[in-house]
Design a protein around this ligand. Structure first.
Ligand code: C2E
Ligand code: MG
Ligand code: MG
Ligand code: MG
Length: 283
């Protein structure tokens, strides 16, 4: 790993690397610390999964939850997934984190069902690297079987990046779809893919990126983009879910535009599984 090598060189020959500022050094050492402690963190149980409700706008009922990984590092404290997921993608540890989240989410969703919570889907984020690995279908099948969770309760959130140029991605998606698993496109509108994939790929939902949602009542151009995404999704027969809904104004706007689902702090933050059980028990 180049970062670690650079760091060692710096430690060994201090005077040769005067351009190496202490800020750069801190950054690199934090990054390599994170990279090197993922495996141990998984073994020690430092990773956990939180769940954020997804709401049907018309009925305001829960239709699913998104599983979001959390890491409380023994020395560094809580680390955001926006920081460690890209590092894990670089060094391949994403496969282990991904499998941990998938297994935990499937088991938790089955446990809620057994505890009398109204049944809903769990959406798991799958990174492009994880998806392009040969055995993603087997990993998923095994997680579902071990948890005894029916495939229709699992949704995979994929990003546009996985779509680029990958014809094998279509075959995998069709395979998963045939099992009854739901597929959605996360952060829709922030990638650079051509729209033609929407016709080719067997997806169920589009998730409007929170960047667009944030500005719908403030910026006419963002609002126009959101309107267009909702309309396009409806015309294609897809569900559309707005991410990052924080205010009533945003919700009202989305409802008027016939967006069918929403997720965000206005409803709930990502929560511990016990809290989900308290909130959504049938009795
Ligand atoms: P994402 O999949 O787009 O997830 C949505 C992010 O928005 C989450 O951040 C969530 O906590 C946050 N969020 C939800 N509602 C609101 C809101 O109303 N306002 C604001 N400001 N934020 C809101 P989080 O949990 O920090 O995750 C960040 C990203 O890290 C995720 O974006 C996803 O790309 C990645 N990630 C998280 N967990 C996993 C995982 O298990 N596997 C993979 N591959 N990636 C993950
Ligand atoms: Mg997501
Ligand atoms: Mg997203
Ligand atoms: Mg995002």
């Amino acid at each position: 790993n180049a970062d670690i090598a650079m760091y060692r060189v710096k430690e060994e020959g201090k005077n040769n690397f005067q351009f190496f500022t202490s800020e750069m050094n801190d950054l690199i050492s934090r990054k390599s610390k994170i990279a090197m402690s993922i495996r141990k963190g998984l073994e020690l149980g430092e990773f956990s999964v939180y769940y954020q409700p997804q709401i049907d706008i018309e009925t305001e009922r829960i239709i699913g939850v998104e599983a979001l990984v959390r890491w409380n590092h023994a020395k560094l404290g809580p680390i955001s997934p926006t920081e460690f997921i890209p590092i894990a993608e670089e060094n391949g540890m994403i496969l282990h984190i991904g499998e941990f989240v998938l297994r935990t989410a499937c088991q938790q969703t089955k446990a809620w069902q057994d505890a009398g919570v109204e049944p809903f889907r769990v959406a798991v984020n799958i990174s492009a690297k994880q998806f392009s690995q040969g055995n993603i279908s087997e990993v998923i099948t095994s997680a579902l079987e071990d948890a005894q969770l029916a495939p229709e309760f699992l949704e995979l959130e994929l990003t546009e990046s996985l779509i680029q140029g990958a014809t094998s991605a279509i075959t995998k998606m069709q395979e998963l779809k045939a099992m009854g698993i739901h597929l959605s496109i996360d952060d829709f509108g922030t990638g650079y893919s051509s729209l033609s994939y929407l016709k080719l790929f067997p997806i169920d939902s589009l998730k409007i990126d929170q960047y667009f949602t944030r500005n719908i009542n403030k910026d006419a151009k963002d609002a126009a983009l959101v309107d267009t995404i909702i309309q396009m999704a409806r015309n294609l027969g897809l569900n559309v879910i707005a991410e990052g809904v924080e205010t009533l104004d945003q919700l009202v706007y989305l409802k008027n535009k016939h967006c069918n689902q929403a997720q965000g702090y206005y409803f709930q933050k990502p929560l511990l599984p016990e809290r989900i059980e308290e909130l959504y028990s049938k009795v």
